[in-house]
Design a binder for this molecule. Structure first.
Ligand code: URA
Ligand code: CA
Length: 432
């Protein structure tokens, strides 16, 4: 086989075989196929796409490029949830204990985040003593005993994806549905999921700006899952404005606690109930979504979900006293209200601009080496559809710096106040 012939084949819009795709991924991972040939192939895929079989072969070749986690020693169906990324998305912190409290195992590997705020690990790390470096045997034992564990990635999962993503990033080939879908699914499969629930975000603050694109991505991922024997469902959810009120690491941990207490933001709560119900359904714990939602709501109402969260923090060595005392996680030096400049109804709160406003305070990383300031961020006081009077606080800026001009500039661009607002649906559709 010669790479140049395979590039030509894809350029001619022909389907690659499984053997050809394995040859490409193995050769590229081993360094035998140079970046310039791989970049040319990516560009051909970008323009001509891949069929369902090709995308499945590509996903599996990436899974097999590195270590795979074997979770078979954990009793029950292991369901993993993945979000394609939004602003202020705290769902994992809520869902892990909530779903585990129903007796469904949650064995989660999480990463640090690049972007507006940190990833799940960065958020958990704000809890004093919390340890996520757990060896595989202890991780499995913990899930069998307590139904929940969240650990950092161990081993070398999907090295092909790491190398491929870095190349796509500098060759303008990130925005390709087959490449995104195989990238996401390979990581979920390598980390041992039997079933996968995807939260595909749509809107200003998301990768996918339109429902049509999000639907195509969701369909592709669901198809991959089905081809590879992992039951996969996708929810398309709105990301025109941030999810919940809080954007920032400790702020989001506290928001997750409020949500587990049944006092969280309405949109975050509703999304968690829907994603959680899909997880219970995929784990065969319930027979329908309404039954799942009812079970989860009962776990919140009885306090069982919150108690599972406390248990989870404590078994991983964390000091859980912040659950009763949110200030214990720390507080930024300044709390500065951001005021409405006119009266009306909030019609836009452009998610990625609010995310950037939090990032410039230090809530997130622009590059891998950046340090996160755990306590800074933004808490929204009004969301789309809320009426406001001139001078009302629209948000509270939590900053450790006095100079917040950069943040204010972005908030000014993000907010729109009009006479009326179009209602934003939270969930567009479910694909299974
Ligand atoms: N997220 C991923 O993990 N991979 C992509 O290609 C795009 C988004
Ligand atoms: Ca939030």
């Amino acid at each position: 086989m010669r790479m140049v012939d395979l590039i030509h084949k894809k350029q001619e819009n022909q389907a690659l075989t499984q053997a050809e795709i394995q040859y490409i991924i193995n050769g590229f991972t081993e360094g035998e196929i140079p970046d310039y040939q791989m970049a040319a192939l990516n560009m051909a895929v970008y323009f001509n796409g891949m069929n369902a079989k090709e995308v499945s072969y590509l996903t599996m070749a990436m899974v097999e490029s590195g270590d795979q986690i074997d979770l078979s020693a954990i009793k029950g169906i292991k369901v993993d949830k993945h979000s394609t990324g939004g602003v202020g998305d705290t769902t994992t912190l809520v869902l892990a204990p909530l779903v585990a409290s129903c007796g469904v195992p949650v064995a989660k590997m999480s990463g640090r985040g690049l972007g507006h705020t940190g990833g799940t690990l960065d958020k958990l790390e704000t809890i004093k003593g919390f340890n996520f470096e757990i060896a595989e045997a202890a991780f499995i034992a913990q899930v069998n005993q307590h139904q929940v564990a969240v650990v950092g990635q161990t081993g070398d999962l999907t090295p092909a994806d790491k190398k491929l993503y870095a190349l796509r990033d500098v060759t303008s080939t990130v925005q390709s549905i087959p490449l995104i879908a195989s990238s996401i699914m390979s990581k979920k499969i390598a980390s041992g999921a039997d079933a996968i629930v995807l939260d595909v975000k749509v809107g200003d603050g998301a990768f996918m700006k339109t429902i049509e694109m999000a639907e195509e991505l969701a369909n592709t991922m669901v198809e991959i899952g089905n081809h590879l024997g992992r039951k996969t469902v996708a929810i398309l959810s709105n990301m025109d404005q941030p999810l919940g009120f809080a954007i920032g690491n400790t702020l989001e941990v506290n928001e997750a606690v409020e949500t587990l207490k049944g006092k969280g933001p309405q949109d975050l709560t509703e999304l968690c109930l829907n994603l959680g119900a899909q997880m219970l359904l995929s784990a065969e714990k319930v027979k329908s979504l309404p039954e799942g939602i009812e079970m989860l709501q009962a776990q919140i109402d009885s306090g069982a979900a919150l108690e599972k969260f406390r248990e989870f923090i404590e078994i991983q060595g964390g000091d859980a006293s912040f659950i009763d005392n949110p200030e214990q996680l720390g507080k930024a030096k300044y709390q500065i209200p951001y005021l409405a400049k006119k009266s009306g109804v909030v019609s836009h709160w452009v998610a990625d601009l609010v995310g950037e406003a939090a990032m410039v305070l230090g809530a997130g990383r622009a590059v891998k080496e950046d340090e996160i300031d755990p306590v800074v961020g933004i808490v929204l006081k009004a969301k789309v559809g809320d009426p406001v009077q001139e001078g009302d606080p629209l948000a509270i800026i939590h900053s450790n710096r006095e100079d917040i001009d950069d943040c204010l500039k972005r908030l000014d661009q993000a907010i729109q106040i009009a006479d009326t607002a179009k209602e934003l649906p939270l969930i567009y559709k479910t694909i299974d």
